[in-house]
Design a protein around this ligand. Structure first.
Ligand code: FAD
Length: 406
C-alpha cells in the first residue's frame, strides 16, 4: 500500500504518522516550506514566534498522544495549569485542584465579581445542560441560548462570551450553541479534572508537533515533499494519481478553500473568521499576574504572556479592529493594558482565514468521498468540534485508520 497525504497541517501530520507507524509507504505533500499549516512557527525580525497563539486544553487527548508518539513531551513543552479566567475588570474564576465536578462547582461559587444569585442560577443551568448530555434540541446562536437561559449578567460578559470567542473564533451573536456546548461537554463538563486544565505552550508551535513529527516521519521512512503544492488529483477504481504519481489512495487534508481546487465535487463555500496576533515586547521584567488575561471591554480579547516581557494579544473574529493599521492596533492594546507606549517592539500577524465561522447548523463535509481511494481530513471535517487542533488531529487519525482497516 502506498498512500499520499496532501496537506501538512496537524490533520495531515496525524494521518501521515498513523500510516507510517503501521508500516505503510507514506508520502506527505505540503505546499509550504515547513509543516504545521495554521499552527506553525514563523520568523519575525529574526525571532521565532507563532503565526497565532494556540491554547490547548487537557481534553485534547489525541493531540497530546500524537505528540508523545513522535517524541515531543507535553509535560515539558506546556505550562499546564488549572483553568482560570481572569480579566482586567476585576472578574476572576479559578478552578481548584479538586476532583471533577467539584472543581467546577467550587470555582463557580468562589468566582470574584459575581453575585451569589447569579452563581446559583448558573449552577442550576449548567447542571441541566449536563443532565441533557450537552445536546440541544435545535441548534441556535450562543447569544440566543444564553438569553433563553437568563444568562445575561456578569458571567455572560466575563466568562461565556470570551470562552465562546476563544473556542469557536466566532462571536456569540452568530456562533453555534451546539458546538459551544460540545466544547463545554469535553472541558467544564468532563468527569476528568485534568480535561479542564489550560495548556500554554512554553516553546514555539513548530516544536510542539510539526518539527518532531517531520524528524520522526523521516526517521521511519516516510517521504516529505515540502514546498510542493499539489496541482492535480485524479481518482479511479484502480489508483489515485497525485500530480501524475500513482498511489493506492490519498488523504486530502487541506483547508476547505484549498480543497476545492483539487476536489471540486465537494466545493461547499465556507465562511471564515480572521485572527490577528499583536506581539508587544515590554522590558524583560514585565509579566502578567496570570499568563492568560481577558480584556472584556477592548479590542484585544485575550492576552498571552509568552515570558521575558513578550505578550501575544489575540483579536478573534471579524470586528472593527480589521480596519486599523498595525501601529494603531499596537498603540490601542498598550493603552488597554495600562502600559501606554511601554512596548519596545511590536509586530502584528494577521491570519485572514484563520478558521471557519462556527455558525448554527453549519454543514460539514463528509470525510468519506464517493471514492474509497480518497478520504478527507482537516479540522472542518471533525463535525463535533469547531476549528481546533484536536479536531484536526482526530480527523487525520480517523482517515488513516479507515484506510488501514481496508
Ligand atoms: C491564529 C490562529 C489561532 C488559533 N488558535 C487556536 C487555539 O488556540 N486552539 C486550537 O485548538 N486551535 C486554534 N486554531 C485553529 C487550528 O490552528 C486549526 O484548527 C488547525 O491548525 C487546522 O489544521 P488542519 O490540518 O485541519 O488545516 P491546515 O492547518 O490549514 O493545514 C492544511 C495544510 O495544507 C496545505 N495545503 C493546502 N493546499 C495544498 C496543496 N494543494 N498541496 C499541498 N499542500 C497544501 C497548507 O499549506 C496547510 O499546511 C487557531 C488558528 C489560527 C490561524
Amino acid at each position: 500500500m502506498k498512500i499520499a497525504v496532501i496537506g501538512g497541517g496537524w490533520a495531515g501530520i496525524a494521518a501521515a504518522v498513523e500510516l507510517t507507524a503501521a508500516g505503510v509507504d507514506t508520502t506527505l505533500f505540503e505546499a509550504g516550506r515547513v509543516l504545521g499549516g495554521r499552527a506553525r512557527s514563523i520568523k519575525l525580525d529574526g525571532r521565532e514566534l507563532d503565526n497565532g497563539q494556540h491554547i490547548l486544553l487537557g481534553a485534547y487527548r489525541d493531540t497530546l498522544d500524537l505528540m508523545r508518539q513522535v517524541g515531543a513531551d507535553p509535560d515539558a513543552l506546556f505550562d499546564r495549569r488549572p483553568l482560570r479566567v481572569v480579566d482586567n475588570a476585576g472578574f476572576r474564576l479559578s478552578l481548584p485542584r479538586l476532583r471533577a465536578p467539584l472543581n467546577v462547582a467550587w470555582g463557580l461559587l468562589a468566582a470574584r465579581g459575581v453575585g451569589i444569585g447569579e452563581k446559583l442560577t448558573t449552577a442550576v443551568w449548567m447542571d441541566g445542560i449536563k443532565r441533557r448530555g450537552f445536546r440541544l434540541g435545535t441548534d441556535t446562536t450562543v447569544a440566543q441560548w444564553l438569553d433563553s437561559a437568563g444568562q445575561t449578567g456578569t458571567l455572560r460578559r466575563h466568562l461565556w462570551e470570551p470562552l465562546c470567542l476563544a473556542a469557536l473564533n466566532t462571536p456569540v451573536e452568530y456562533a453555534s450553541a451546539q458546538l459551544f456546548a460540545n466544547v463545554l461537554r469535553d472541558s467544564l463538563g468532563s468527569p476528568r479534572r485534568e480535561d479542564t486544565d489550560l495548556l500554554l505552550p512554553r516553546v514555539p508551535l513548530g516544536q510542539l508537533l510539526p518539527e518532531p513529527a517531520a524528524d520522526w516521519l523521516q526517521a521511519h521512512g516516510a517521504a516529505l515533499r515540502l514546498g510542493q503544492r499539489v496541482r492535480s488529483l485524479t481518482v479511479d477504481d484502480a489508483q489515485t494519481l497525485v500530480d501524475g504519481e500513482a498511489f493506492t489512495a490519498a488523504i486530502l487534508a487541506t483547508a476547505p478553500q484549498h480543497r476545492a481546487a483539487l476536489w471540486p465535487e465537494d466545493a461547499a463555500p465556507v465562511d471564515v473568521e480572521p485572527i490577528a496576533t499583536v506581539y508587544l515586547q515590554f522590558p524583560a521584567g514585565f509579566a502578567l499576574p496570570f499568563p492568560l488575561l481577558n480584556l472584556p471591554d477592548g479590542r484585544g480579547q485575550w492576552v498571552v504572556d509568552r515570558g521575558r516581557g513578550l505578550l501575544g494579544c489575540v483579536l478573534s473574529g471579524h470586528g472593527a479592529w480589521e480596519t486599523l493599521s498595525d501601529d494603531a492596533l499596537a498603540e490601542a492594546l498598550q493603552a488597554e493594558l495600562g502600559q501606554p507606549a511601554g512596548a519596545v517592539w511590536h509586530k502584528v500577524v494577521r491570519e485572514k482565514r484563520a478558521t471557519f465561522a462556527a455558525r448554527p447548523g453549519l454543514l460539514r463535509p463528509a470525510w468519506r468521498t464517493p471514492h474509497p481511494r480518497l478520504l478527507l481530513a482537516g479540522d472542518h471535517t471533525w463535525a463535533d468540534y469547531p476549528a481546533t487542533l484536536e479536531g484536526a488531529v482526530r480527523s487525520g487519525r480517523r482517515a488513516a485508520r479507515s484506510l488501514l482497516a481496508g
